[in-house]
Design a protein around this ligand. Structure first.
Ligand code: AMP
Ligand code: GLY
Length: 435
């Protein structure tokens, strides 16, 4: 079969690798892909079409006899790519535009969770600065408060306000300065949840589901989870924090009610369901956010740990046969470290020449996923905020972390930046559990 993957990040590079390794796949196309997918060769080909050019993508899928399309990034889902492909009789993995509102509208997601008694932080919705400011200035409001643009903001539309002044500044930035434009026409202000974060992904056909290994992302730019939120600076899996008992609670209290609730409300949810969790000190999970796709950088650890055929599982999900599909994982750990352009998530420069030491390609169980890279005059150059995601597998989490950092040293460009503590929290957690 022939596969089309939509998106251009390290997540899509990892999707291309998994798809190209499937025995049932002949050709893999990625639109638009990146410098790394361009280099893969073999049966993988970049297609010069933007991820939001829906009509062109459909025409490409028809002309090239694509059997299955996998949507990596959120924008095409919000624009209704799944509805469009299905109307044309083309198989595609992802939720419809209505169902993707679990990610594309935080107001929709919060109201949905409230309606279906799915555990999440208490919240209020605002449509102008004066009402939002009156709320944060009320003596009843307990800080911190979390202030979120309702629409898509590439993971950056969230402010954690420690006091009234910070909250008013955030409200004004969203409503008056309109730093995220129409994505902040509605704003959710929610209570601050204490605990540890983890991400769980399900593949679902709307009724049945299968879970990938739980992962933990590192969203802040700086070591020790300091500084601004980013799209994600590194991840590891499986996250020891998510014990069997917690996973069971997540399934019973979150995943099953989410799928049942979406179906009951008339928006059956298909594709990948990403549940961003906060787990409190009693081991109770709360939903921080839903996403309508796989996470980036979590995919770069979750997919290399999958033992059974990824494409076979996807095919089973679109054919309503998910229950029978093998869904086995390797008994290993994986860590990925994101290398970003200096300055990210604020202003950064692109077009820097990249050097990769050849040894990296001989390092066992190491994978170099490209994100913001492109070829300019035959030279690999930086072309985005997050530039690479360097993954390593190991028998233990510690081994995978050490290997990933060794591999990171083999990549260089001017003002390259990465966190040096990816996975450290989990090692501390493991040692606490052992004690
Ligand atoms: P989101 O885009 O909604 O996942 O938020 C980005 C990040 O902000 C999350 O990964 C958390 O670290 C943090 N965050 C969001 N909502 C909350 C909350 N209610 N309580 C504590 N932290 C939060
Ligand atoms: N890792 C966060 C995200 O994909 O949204």
């Amino acid at each position: 079969m022939n596969i089309l993957i939509i998106g251009s990040g390290a997540r899509e590079h990892a999707l291309c690798l998994a798809a190209s390794q499937s025995e049932r796949v002949q050709l893999v196309f990625v639109a638009p892909g990146n410098g790394g997918t361009a280099l893969m060769g073999g049966n993988v080909h970049n297609v010069c079409l933007n991820a939001t050019a829906l009509d062109d993508l459909l025409a490409f899928a028809v002309e090239n006899v694509i059997d299955l399309t996998i949507v990596g990034s959120e924008q095409p889902l919000e624009l209704g790519i799944v509805d469009l492909f299905r109307r044309a009789g083309k198989k595609i993995v992802g939720p419809t535009m209505d169902a993707a509102r679990l990610e594309s509208s935080k107001v929709f997601a919060k109201e949905f969770m409230h309606r279906h008694h799915i555990p999440t932080a208490g919240y209020h919705v605002f449509r102008d600065a004066s009402a939002a400011n009156a709320y944060v200035e009320s003596t009843q409001t307990v800080f911190p408060q979390v202030i979120k643009a309702s629409g898509l903001c590439a993971g950056k539309g969230v402010f954690i306000a420690l006091d009234k002044e910070q909250a008013v500044n955030a409200n004004n930035a969203l409503f008056e300065e309109r730093i995220f434009g129409d994505a902040a026409n509605e704003v959710v202000i929610e209570d601050f949840l204490q605990g540890q974060e983890a991400s769980i992904f399900a593949l679902t056909d709307g009724i049945r589901y299968k879970l990938f290994l739980p992962a933990q992302d590192h969203k802040r730019i700086g070591n020790g989870d300091t500084g601004k939120n980013t799209g994600g600076m590194g991840a590891y899996a499986p996250a020891p924090l998510v014990t069997d008992e917690i996973r069971h609670k997540v399934e019973e209290k979150i995943i099953k009610p989410t799928l049942a609730g979406m179906a009951a409300d008339g928006y059956p949810y298909t594709g990948f369901l990403y549940v961003g969790l906060m787990i409190d000190d009693q081991g109770e999970p709360f939903v921080v956010e839903y996403n309508a796709r796989l996470g980036d950088p979590e995919t770069q650890v979750v997919l290399p740990l999958m033992k059974s055929d990824f494409v076979a599982a996807l095919q089973a999900s679109v054919d309503g046969k998910l229950a029978e599909a093998p869904f086995e994982m390797h008994q290993k750990s994986a860590t990925t470290v994101v290398i970003a352009s200096g300055g990210y998530p604020d202003h950064y420069e692109s077009g820097k020449a990249i050097t990769i030491a050849g040894e990296l390609f001989t390092m066992e169980d190491c994978l170099l996923f490209h994100a913001g890279t492109s070829y300019v005059d035959g030279r690999l150059t930086t072309a985005g905020g997050r530039v690479f995601s360097v993954t390593a597998l190991g028998k233990t989490l510690k081994e995978s972390i050490d290997k990933a950092y060794k591999a990171v040293e083999k990549v260089s460009f001017d003002r390259a930046y990465y966190r040096t503590d990816i996975g450290a929290k989990a090692l501390n957690f493991q040692s606490m559990v052992v004690l």
